[in-house]
Design a protein around this ligand. Structure first.
Ligand code: ZN
Length: 185
């Protein structure tokens, strides 16, 4: 098991609707290896989430884990590792909130995106159990960014004010006070 190459914007896999995972796949060694590789890739790249299409596997699988202690996300509460399979998402609180987002598949950039404050996600875990989770605040944005990857969308599609799209160096220089609000997925 190992970290895999993250594909970048322009690769057609990132624009496809990913295939749902069949229940019969969950127990296979191939699927378990996919989960391990996703986790290893997320850690190797320093991300807080990763979706299978980002390693060129067009399946509806994504991992999310907010770190417990890091310079960048130090003010956040750590999350468990979420393994999200075949998700359905609905808006739970449409009140918009904005965060600076980054993406492992769009390296070098940060963009300010407004998304609903809370969403409800129904999904399968890696054992095939049906789960429901309400993601709020920062975690809501993380889930929405990640689930977008399963449906062919990138965060830059959600930017409504393109003056708030920046290279990381300029972002640090001119938005330093808000640096910790950015995420990489
Ligand atoms: Zn991303």
């Amino acid at each position: 098991m190992a970290a895999r190459t993250v594909i970048r914007m322009g690769h057609p896999t990132l624009r496809k609707i990913a295939e749902p995972v069949a229940l019969s796949e969950l127990a296979t060694p191939e699927f378990k290896a996919l989960l391990t590789d996703l986790y290893d890739t997320m850690k190797a790249e320093g991300g807080i989430g990763i979706a299978a299409p980002q390693i060129n596997v067009s399946k509806q699988v994504t991992l999310i884990e907010l770190p417990s202690n890091s310079e960048r996300y130090g003010t956040l509460e750590a999350s468990p590792v979420f393994i999200i399979i075949n998700p359905k998402i609905i808006v739970f609180d449409e009140h918009p909130q904005g965060f600076w987002e980054g993406c492992l598949s769009v390296p070098g950039l940060r963009g300010f995106v407004e998304r609903p404050r809370a969403v409800k996600i129904n999904y399968l875990d890696e054992l095939g159990n049906e789960k429901e989770f309400i993601a709020e605040d920062f975690l809501s944005t993380v889930f929405q960014h990640e689930l977008d990857h399963l449906f062919g969308k990138l965060y830059i599609d959600r930017i409504t004010d393109t003056t708030k799209l920046s290279y990381i160096e300029e972002f640090s220089q001119f938005n330093g006070a808000k640096k910790e609000d950015a995420l990489d997925e």
